[in-house]
Design a protein around this ligand. Structure first.
Ligand code: OFO
Length: 172
């Protein structure tokens, strides 16, 4: 059984995971109408889908542990980006924010001596380490590429492979 405090923290995390899914869906839709970045588009769609799975995992956990999961209302996400680099910078910043929010949930679980929730959240800790690392790799590569069109061509060609490299996680 989870306490009201843990329930509230996990419901806030449900909102954040749902928002992440929306934010990346908006990036995917924006990317889809930009020329020549089909794999970047696929990456954002897959990432959005993953975030939805993260949300669902929390919904089931809260309900199974005697709480009530809340399905949140979401604000409209940013729908246009000045560049591919700026979309990936937002992605990295967003992942850092999500990691902090997971840490906050863990602090509350420990305060409440809720070791089951603490254990459950370790999956999210590992996930965030991988996602932050992946987002940093993407940003570093885009920094190097700058305005070079052939570099961008290769970035799009390789993005799905990069996202499955050792030390990062598969995006499918
Ligand atoms: Fe939910 O994994 Fe990142 O944000």
């Amino acid at each position: 059984m989870i306490s009201k405090k843990v329930e509230a923290a996990l419901n806030e995390q449900i909102r954040i995971e749902a928002e992440s899914s929306q934010v990346y869906l908006a990036m995917a839709s924006w990317a889809e109408v930009q020329p020549g970045i089909d794999n970047v588009t696929a990456f954002f769609y897959q990432h959005s889908e993953e975030e939805r799975q993260h949300m669902l995992k929390l919904v089931h956990f809260v309900n199974e542990r005697g709480g009530v999961a809340k399905i949140p209302k979401l604000p409209e996400p940013q729908s246009t980006f000045p560049s591919i680099k700026s979309a990936f910078t937002s992605l990295l910043e967003h992942e850092i924010f999500v990691s902090q929010s997971i840490n906050n949930c863990i602090d509350i679980a420990l305060e409440e001596k809720d070791y089951a929730t603490h254990n459950f959240l370790q999956w999210y800790v590992a996930e965030q380490i991988e996602e932050e690392a992946l987002a940093r790799t993407m940003n570093d590569k885009l920094e190097l590429i700058g305005d070079d069109k052939s570099g961008m061509y290769m970035f799009d060609r390789d993005i799905l492979t990069i996202s499955m490299a050792p030390g990062t996680k598969p995006v499918v």
